[in-house]
Every structure is written in C-alpha cells, then in structure tokens.
Unconditional design. Sequence first.
Length: 206
Amino acid sequence: MNKANVQSILLKELNFTKETLDKLQIFHDELIIYNKKYNLIANSTIDDIWNRHILDSAQIVKYIDFEDNKTLSDMGSGAGLPGMIIAIFNTNPSFHVKLYEKSTVKCDFLLLIKNKLKINCDIYENDYHNHNIDANYIISRAFKKLGEVIRISREIVQVKHKLIILKGKNAEKEINSLQHKVNYRYDLKNSITDKESKIIIMDVEK
C-alpha cells in the first residue's frame, strides 16, 4: 500500500487530521535519518514505513476511547510504534499516553519526536517493573510473546484494563498454545495492513 493510500485511510477511516498527517510525515523523515545510525526498525521496511509501521500502529485507535482521565501505556515502545503514533493522534490533554522503553538510544529518538512535534506524552527510560502502572489500556507491538505480555499485564497493571496486542498470522495459534488457559474475554480483529495478521483485544480483570 503506497503513501497516498495510507494517508487516505488515516483521514477517512481513522479520523486523523491534516495536521496529524504533517506530524506523521516529520516522524517518518526523522525515523529514516535516525535509522541510518541506529537500528530502530528493520532496513527491509524503510521503503514501506507508512504502511508497515505507521498505519499498522494507527489502526488501533479504533479500539480506544480517548476519554478524560484515562491512561494508555505502550510496553516496549521501541521507535514509538505504536505508542507515539497514538500520542500524535490524541487531541485530548486529559488522556494520558505513556511510553516505556529500556533502550537509551530509542528513548533519545522518542524524546526528539516529542519535543520537535510538541507531543503530549510521558517517556520512561527504564524497566516498566519500576513503576506502578494504572493504565486503562496496555498496548504492545513486537514486544514479547503473548503469554509473557499477559503475565506482565496481570502482575504489574494495578487496575482493570484493556490489552491491545498487534500480532502476526500466528495470533490464534499463540492463544491456543498458552500454558495457562485464558480466562478473559478476547476478540481477534483483522489487521488492515496484512490480511493474515491479527489484533488481540482482551479485557483483563484485577
């Protein structure tokens, strides 16, 4: 899917604005520059950032209610995928986006984007285990295996929350192969960037 098609979906289907598209363009350009020195994303995906990374991350806004005093945490945010994309989309100053990333290099990139685009989000450069997380939404992409993400979500997050995980074509297989039975209600949504990939949405009780 080319850039024009991606931007059309962002505008017409996901309710991004022309202003947020401009910010995404800057994010895109800075990511390419930064990636020449540091390995933030695979070089094989450089020519397809709009589809493989931006749209893939952006599609989860459909499953988030950007209400006042709600919090979203991105675990292992990496280059801000998906957390920074969600923060760019968010226009509610009372909806809090928090990015957790252990890598100093990746945090430096996230801070660059935050400051350059004046994005309302918090960036934490250390292990998420060091925080009391009270997020209403936990999101992750290319973070850890499904069972580990669920375990972290159950043990660390202090409140009832919705878990949103971007997964590949083996999402259902991963669910079925979990050592411990999943007792939470979950949905599998089709990805709009890859017909074989899935989005796992799970309500986690405390």
